[in-house]
Design a protein around this ligand. Structure first.
Ligand SMILES: [Zn+2]
Length: 280
């Protein structure tokens, strides 16, 4: 997820600040720092490490949206699935890697640590605050994020084989960006907070309550692990505002690969309209 998302909070207090900043624009360092500080104070991220790896999450009501997200792959990644070349490169839409199934990780070794390190490297270099493994060409269930977006500031979070087991009923809008869609930002509605479980870099299970920007970044990256992209969750009206930019990425892909784009926003919108779909 791209760092510029820091510009578009959803709380009423944050909205009061919006006239001070320009959407999706470069802005002075002192203002950026101000927003870093402001949002970091609003972040709530708590982790409770399980005392045993067999601990199950508490039984809770799960929304329909959560049930859809439970469809995690049961396939375990092989060593070859986790082989990578340095330096990593960001995969951009409409590369089919972003829609491919992602396997669970079962081996927690030095190679995995190196992959995580390289993912943080490229995330910071590309001005991101979150990154999922498929975005660097690895179809495995792994995400990293640091809401502060800078090495040495904030907290580096690694989530392996994550699951969401509860969403808040309250949903909020936020202007999201994605490293696989350079320069494209648009509003996406998501639950304000989530409860998740995952494994850390050593394989130990933990649960986490995420809210604010952490919840936003987590859900964006979790979607990547489900093969869902942020524009899949936009309203038709919002999608209209970025359609030309998506088509430009499709054209870029076709020019680079000399093959047809595996998906086209134009035909997808037409199909949804023909099927009478409202929004996803
Ligand atoms: Zn993304």
């Amino acid at each position: 997820m791209a760092r510029a998302t820091l510009l578009q909070p959803s709380s009423s207090l944050s909205y009061a600040l919006l006239p001070l900043i320009s959407r999706r624009a470069n802005f002075p360092d002192n203002l950026r720092l101000f927003h870093h500080l402001f949002f970091n104070t609003k972040l709530h991220f708590s982790i409770k490490t399980s005392t045993t790896t067999t601990t199950k999450p508490p039984l809770m009501k799960v929304s329909a949206q959560a049930r859809r997200s439970f469809s995690s792959s049961s396939k375990i990644a092989s060593p070859s699935d986790l082989q990578f070349e340095s330096p990593l490169k960001i995969i951009e839409y409409p590369d089919p890697i972003l829609r491919a199934p992602n396997k669970r990780i079962g081996t927690f070794d030095e190679n995995l640590k190196k992959l995580v390190h390289e993912m943080f490297d490229i995330m910071y270099k590309t001005d991101g605050i979150g990154l999922s493994a498929p975005q660097v060409g690895m179809n495995v269930r792994l995400m990293v994020f640091n809401s502060a977006g800078e090495r040495g500031i904030g907290e580096e979070i690694v989530l392996i084989n994550p699951k969401i087991y509860k969403y808040s009923s309250k949903k909020v809008l936020f202007d999201e960006g994605c490293l696989s869609f350079p320069g494209i930002y648009a509003d996406v509605e998501r639950p304000e907070s989530v409860k998740v479980d995952a494994q850390d870099i050593t394989g130990a299970k933990f649960t986490a309550n995420l809210s604010g920007l952490s919840a936003r970044v987590f859900q964006h990256e979790f979607d990547h692990l489900q093969g869902t992209l942020f524009f899949d969750r936009m309203t038709e009206e919002v999608l209209d505002s970025i359609r030309a930019e998506l088509e430009a990425l499709e054209k870029k892909y076709e020019d680079m690969t000399e093959s047809p784009s595996p998906e086209k926003i134009e035909s997808r919108v037409r199909n949804r309209m023909a099927a009478g779909f409202g929004r996803l």
